[in-house]
Design a protein around this ligand. Sequence first.
Ligand code: PEP
Length: 256
Amino acid sequence: MRRKFVAGNWKLNTTLESAQSLAREVASAVAASSPSVDVAVCPPFPYLYPVKQVLAGSPVELGGQNAYHEKSGAFTGETSLEMLLDVGCQWVILGHSERRQFFGETDASINRKIAAAIDRGIGVIFCIGELLEDRQSGNTESVLTTQLQGGLAGFTSAQVAQLVIAYEPVWAIGTGVTASPDQAEAAHAFIRNWLASRFDAQLAAGLRIQYGGSVKPENAKEILSKPNVDGALVGGASLKSDQFLGIINAAAELAR
Ligand code: PEP
């Protein structure tokens, strides 16, 4: 049975004070209800360590929103996986569509980052998803295949087992338009079948696939109840503790 995993991607939001108070609210509610789901928050880099202090002793895990594949050196402005581990991260988001769209990340550069993350032993949330025009032209599956092939090139199933995949249709991110539960389920089932044929059935059956794209407390239960949807990567709604906790609770009810 795959344990559901709800992660909050805070993107370029919060201040030191609001990041810590948001983390405090999430941590205390999660500690009080001990839900049978995994929960992580991914603040901006400068707030990782202060948020980690707030999360101390709570089951809520910490993730970075990106990282560079090199360990150290003359790479101005970059953050290494070692640094994320050093400040207490268990997770890193790699391949987010905003990194692909605004910062020129490619399947090849994402592949290098995933390889480094697997090597360092940090959990990876590997994001893939199609643009609106891809969906409208019937190319969703071929786009997902290209991103999976490129991002996971050269890995064994034991290495891929360290990942969580986030299916995030780009047209649903931050738009308020969510994929229908059936659209999400179809994409997740496609990804799982691809993993079974490229790697093996055991890996495919055990790997968690989150859905991301305008998840809110109001739509979470319907999407998360689909058999191949194992959690959510949440952007906007993770910035309000009541909304994020509503999504966690929806996942927790299904896990009971
Ligand atoms: C995201 O950025 O990963 C995301 C899913 O954002 P939102 O929930 O705001 O659509």
